[in-house]
Design a protein around this ligand. Structure first.
Ligand code: 5AD
Ligand code: SF4
Length: 519
């Protein structure tokens, strides 16, 4: 079979499809009467590569004038699935759409363009997107001129694109995580050609600066790095998000300063592995700890970060976090498993002992640090004893919260072809047992806060009772208390009166209380 035929067969049955044309700009095919313009397509083989070439930092990325009126008198709607990285990408997508003249709407019937920014981390995340597409198909039939697009992590997967081309020909646009800045071009192409436009880059990734972002609320996200080179054996992220690449310190610091100037009360630094920040710089030595030490000096009340990898959590970072100030006492430190054998099979590159040692160091330097984590149960071949080790680690560390998951095989990852002899009902039972253990600790930890006075950033008014406000402590605990709506956006002090499991109730203290105790 020729190389071209191989590529060509990747997406569809020959009986269904016809190649219309092909040149250096891509290929045009027809499947069941639908013409599809594939400018570029996902390629797992390429996504796995980690080359040595320099990351390009693109600064000149303004939306050009020719696209500025494409969205005039039109509405957009973006649905976001998955993690904070995706939420933040959606802010960029919305920023671009608004620069093109589109206006936001929550009403899908009014929308002229609907984009689904998707997540590929587990199968159920993908099922949700395909379910949503099923609903949107009816709308598309009623409103054929509406543009319907799929972007984000699922678009980076060969299998997903194949499935969309074969079964969801009503979609107009597919683009991936590396080419958000191309959105205006792609919309224009889809609008004028009436073909389905597919552009997914499988390159390792550039850094694109200066894109517009539509931020809302009091809390702002700031990307400090992109991608992941860890290749944990269960995880699809290194394939969908490209190689680890850090934004230049000056660009990050300038963005944080600008958010402070705009009055944001809290920022969260984002990256798949924030503490690998700077490891890819070849001209300077500048670590995540160094970056935090600079951001600490910026006048923004709270700084969070997510997510960190135990392997790269170094002493410099702990030393800087212990200086506190605007660096809050909450550390999300995904452990994934408490068994060294499972961690090895997951290729996490640390053992149970090393993780516990790190936790010990953090607790020594920051005694009031609140730790949270991610845990996967039912990894291929996980034994009862290995699961018990996870439970005992959870008890030993005392996490205040954990995101817990049943392992979900991801096509193209090494774990997907490991033998898995653990029945689903056992996995479900383990998940329940684990969640019970976490609830138990979380409740105890909240109970210990009884009577304490905490600093709360007031985020909103309760949906049901407008005299009730809600906000978060520095350690990210949700607090409900009585107060008036004009307090939203300010910091108040609350005495804890009623600790619950997932939130705490309290009463506001009217006098400003000088306290640096962070709970
Ligand atoms: N199955 C289940 N959970 C997964 N995660 C990542 N990949 C998988 C998978 N294939 C979890 C990890 C990670 C979190 C974001 O999602 O715990 O830290
Ligand atoms: Fe996935 Fe592991 Fe990278 Fe986290 S560190 S994004 S779990 S590969």
């Amino acid at each position: 079979m020729s190389k071209d035929a191989k590529d060509y067969s990747k997406y569809f049955d020959f009986s269904d499809a016809k190649l219309l044309s092909e040149d250096e700009n891509g290929k045009r095919i027809r499947i069941r009467g639908r013409e599809i313009n594939i400018l570029s397509e996902p390629d797992h083989r390429q996504e796995k590569q980690r080359g040595k070439e320099d990351v390009q930092v693109l600064y000149d990325t303004m939306v050009s004038e020719e696209f500025m009126t494409l969205g005039k008198d039109k509405h957009y709607l973006v649905y976001t699935f998955g993690c904070q990285m995706n939420e933040h990408d959606s802010e960029t997508i919305k920023g671009l759409l608004e620069q093109m003249g589109y206006t936001p709407t929550e009403d899908r019937k009014l929308a002229d363009i609907i984009l689904l920014n998707t997540c590929a981390i587990r199968e159920n995340a993908e099922d949700k997107v395909f379910g949503e597409l099923g609903h949107l198909k009816h709308l598309k039939v009623e409103k054929p001129d509406m543009l319907l697009g799929v972007c984000g992590c699922m678009a980076q997967e060969e299998g997903v694109v194949r499935r969309i081309l074969q079964k969801h020909g009503f979609i107009d646009l597919i683009f991936g995580t590396h080419n958000l800045h191309r959105l205006p071009h792609l919309i224009q192409e889809a609008l004028f050609s009436k073909e389905m436009v597919v552009e997914v880059w499988s390159k390792e990734g550039d850094i694109v600066e200066n894109l517009p972002k539509k931020r809302e609320g009091l809390r702002g996200w700031v990307n400090i790095m992109y991608g992941c080179d860890k290749f944990c054996t269960y995880c699809i992220v290194p394939y969908t998000r490209g190689k680890e690449r850090s934004r230049r310190p000056d660009d990050v610091i300038a963005e944080v300063r600008e958010l402070a100037r705009q009055g944001f009360k809290e920022i969260t630094l984002l990256g798949q592995n924030v503490n690998a920040y700077g490891k890819d710089f070849t001209d300077i030595q500048f670590s995540f700890g160094d970056l935090m030490d600079e951001i600490r000096k910026i006048d923004i009340p709270r700084v969070r970060f997510t997510t960190s990898h135990p392997r790269d959590f170094d002493d410099r970072l702990i030393e800087v976090l212990a200086k506190k100030g605007n660096l809050v006492e909450h550390i999300h430190l995904p452990v994934q498993s408490g068994s060294s054998q499972v961690l090895k099979k997951m290729s996490r590159k640390y053992s149970r002992e090393v993780y516990l040692e790190l936790v010990g160091k953090i607790k020594k330097a920051i005694p009031d640090a609140v730790l949270t984590t991610d845990i996967i149960v039912g990894f291929p071949g996980e034994t009862d004893e290995q699961f018990e080790e996870t439970l005992s680690l959870v008890r030993e560390v005392g996490f205040d919260f954990a995101y817990t998951f049943i392992y979900s095989p991801r096509e193209g990852t090494p774990a997907a072809i490991m033998e898995d002899n653990v029945p689903m009902d056992v996995k479900k039972k383990r998940l329940q047992t684990l969640n019970d253990a976490i609830v138990e600790h979380s409740r105890k930890s909240n109970d210990r806060m009884m009577g304490a006075v905490v600093e709360v950033l007031v985020e909103g008014v309760s949906k049901n009772k407008d005299h009730m406000l809600s906000g978060r402590t520095r350690s990210n605990k949700l607090v409900h208390f009585e107060g008036t709506p004009e307090l939203v956006g300010s910091f108040v002090h609350v005495r804890i009166t009623d600790p619950m499991t997932w939130y705490i109730k309290g009463e506001m203290i009217p006098e400003p209380v000088v306290t640096s105790d962070a709970v």
